[in-house]
Structure formats: structure tokens, C-alpha cells
Design a protein around this ligand. Structure first.
Ligand code: AHG
Ligand code: MN
Ligand code: MN
Length: 336
């Protein structure tokens, strides 16, 4: 394990991580470095959002039936443009695109990427943290453009995953299987520097994050679990609730401070029968990050997120993710 020095650049770290894999070709380094560039471009645009004419809604409805905000479109295009000519990607999936996205002919590589270009879009025009989530797999097909099957691989097969949060500062958190590292963007020089080496999520945390407005529609196990946390039976002096409505931001806080995030299935509408969040580009990448950091991610019927075999690009999955002790506890309620 290479010693991590706070202040090294993200590109240096990505190369160091690659050196740990003896058969590495540098391709993954190439993908991650291009993602870093995309993150810087999106971060700059997010910071300009109050000034430039990018606020408000573009009027289009995405495949999830939600109104797409202009910054979503911008972030989506930015990542697609970087990735289609990166030379190491063979196919992409994005929350904002119904179908798989090809790369430029002649640029097909060995990896796939699935991403949520801008997570937390309801928070864009109110100065609340938003983020980009990504998940990278090695292709299973031989050559040429990738196929949907290359993308529909389970989370345990991810070779790298992470997110970039555009908050009070812009932070990139990623893992390529040897720990989780966080980098903070210094906008004055346009570089990400290591600020959070080997992130470990606290074993037990003070926060729970769930949209409590849905409690009338919760299944009993969800209600019993949240009531239990509030009852202080765990002797925490009581948990605190924190819910931002940007998964990346809620996740990042709990990763650093400890706690649990839940988006369980509920009875609100038929579409919510599997919760709301998407397996390939929301749940699975954050599950890889949290496990690498010592936490856990499961469904509300106790399945490990990383073990789920995807069947479609945009499939939803109930998500319970965070500190080990709280997820263990949740599991005992959901399995009962
Ligand atoms: P997105 O903006 O990419 O569509 O994701 C929004 C998600 C996620 O960020 C958040 O955790 C969740 O929606 C909040 O949903 P509710 O408003 O139903 O709580
Ligand atoms: Mn999202
Ligand atoms: Mn999104």
C-alpha cells in the first residue's frame, strides 16, 4: 500500500492506484483522468449557474418522466463528449439517455461507463449540493462498439466507481478497489488535491437520511426501523435527521460523519415499488465506495446491492446504505 500524502494531485493518485495492478495498461487511468476533466468543466458551469443563463428548465422530459434542467443537459453532454473520444470506453449509459450511447468509431476501448451526470437536479437552482456519479466495468464482449450486456454487469464487477460533489467545494471521491480517496478542487489552479486519503466511514453514525414525507406510504418495517432510531434504544442520545434530496450529498455527509441513508420501496405509486434510485449509476457505484470504506449497502429485503444482476439499464432498486452498525440494524428489521 502506497503511503498517501495529503496534497498529491488526483492524476498522481490514479497512477499510483494503477501501479498496484500488475497487469494494468493505463487504460483505466485514461478514463479516470478524462472524468476528472469533465468534473472540472461541470464544476465551473455549476458555479456560474447563478450568473449565466443556464438556470431554469430546458422544457424536455427525460426518460424517467422528470423535467430536465439545463445543467443536466450540459453535464450529460460534457461527460459523453469526454468519454466518446477517450479511447478506452466502448459503450456508455446515462440517466438522461434512454438507450446505450456509442463511442466514436475507431475510439472503442476496453471499459464501459454508466453515469448520473447531475444527481439532485431539484436542487440546482437553489444553491444546494449536486453531483455526478460514475461506475466503470471492463467489457465482456471482444471488440468494436460495446453492447448493452457489457453494461449490465453486477456491482462486484466494477473496476472503479465514485462521484464528484459540487458543494461548498468540489470534491471527487473514487475507489478503484484499493481504498477510497477524496480530492478537493482548488479552483484557483484547476487541480484536485488529495484531501481525504483512505476514507473510512464511521462504524456507527449520528444521522439517518430518509424522505419522511413518505412515511404514510412506508411499509411497516421501514416505519419500525425509523421509530427505533428515534427511540434512542441505541443510546446515541438520539439520532439526527438530515435529508438534502441529492443522493450524492446525503451519501457524502454520511460517509464522512457516519449514518444511514434509505430510499426504500413504498406504497405511494406503482413506480415506487422498487424505490426510486437506479441500480447501475446510483446504487451500485455508491455501494462499491461504501464497502471499500467499511460500510454496507443492501436492499430493503436484505440483498447486497453489489450482488444484484442488472436486467435493464434504468432499473430501480431500494437502497439502504451507510455505516455498518446502522445497516446491520436496518437489515434485522427488514428481514424480520
Ligand atoms: P436525479 O436528480 O439524478 O434524478 O436524482 C434525484 C434523486 C436523488 O438524488 C435523491 O436522493 C432523490 O432523488 C430524492 O427523491 P425524493 O424527492 O423522492 O426524496
Ligand atoms: Mn440521481
Ligand atoms: Mn440525475
Amino acid at each position: 500500500m502506497l503511503e498517501k500524502r495529503k496534497g498529491i494531485t488526483v492524476s498522481r493518485q490514479i497512477m499510483d492506484d494503477q501501479l498496484l495492478h500488475k497487469d494494468a495498461t493505463g487504460a483505466l487511468t485514461g478514463v479516470l483522468n478524462d472524468l476528472v476533466v469533465a468534473g472540472k468543466i461541470i464544476s465551473a458551469e455549476v458555479n456560474m449557474a447563478g450568473l449565466a443563463d443556464v438556470l431554469g428548465q430546458s422544457g424536455k422530459i427525460n426518460i424517467q418522466g422528470e423535467t430536465v434542467q439545463k445543467l443536466d443537459v450540459f453535464a450529460n453532454q460534457t461527460i459523453k463528449r469526454r468519454m466518446e473520444q477517450c479511447g478506452h470506453i466502448c459503450i456508455m449509459a446515462s440517466e438522461e439517455d434512454d438507450e446505450t450511447i456509442p463511442v466514436l468509431d475507431g475510439y472503442e476501448g476496453t471499459y464501459t461507463i454508466a453515469f448520473d451526470p447531475l444527481d439532485g437536479s431539484s436542487n440546482i437552482d437553489v444553491n444546494v449540493s449536486i453531483g455526478t456519479i460514475f461506475s466503470i466495468h471492463r467489457r465482456i464482449s471482444d471488440s468494436g462498439q460495446g453492447t448493452e450486456a457489457d453494461l449490465l454487469q453486477k456491482g462486484t464487477k466494477q473496476v472503479a466507481a465514485g462521484y464528484i460533489i459540487y458543494g461548498s467545494s468540489t470534491v471527487m471521491v473514487y475507489t478503484s478497489g484499493s481504498g477510497v480517496h477524496g480530492f478537493t478542487l482548488d479552483p484557483s489552479v484547476g487541480e484536485f488535491f488529495l484531501s481525504h486519503p483512505y476514507i473510512k466511514i464511521p462504524e456507527k453514525g449520528p444521522y439517518y437520511s430518509v424522505n419522511e414525507a413518505y412515511s404514510p406510504f412506508w411499509h411497516d418495517s421501514t416505519r419500525q426501523f425509523i421509530d427505533y432510531l428515534k427511540s434512542d434504544a441505541e443510546g446515541m442520545g438520539g439520532y439526527s435527521a438530515r435529508y438534502i434530496g441529492s443522493l450524492v450529498a446525503d451519501f457524502h455527509r454520511n460517509l464522512v460523519k457516519g449514518g444511514i441513508f434509505l430510499y426504500p420501496r413504498d406504497k405511494k405509486s406503482p413506480e415506487k415499488s422498487d424505490g426510486k434510485l437506479r441500480l447501475l449509476y446510483e446504487a451500485a457505484p455508491l455501494a462499491m465506495v461504501v464497502e471499500q470504506a467499511g460500510g454496507r449497502a443492501i436492499t430493503d429485503d436484505g440483498r447486497r446491492i453489489l450482488d444484484i444482476e442488472p436486467t435493464s439499464l434504468h432499473q430501480r432498486v431500494p437502497l439502504i446504505i451507510g455505516s455498518k452498525e446502522e445497516v446491520d440494524l436496518a437489515e434485522s428489521f427488514f428481514k424480520a
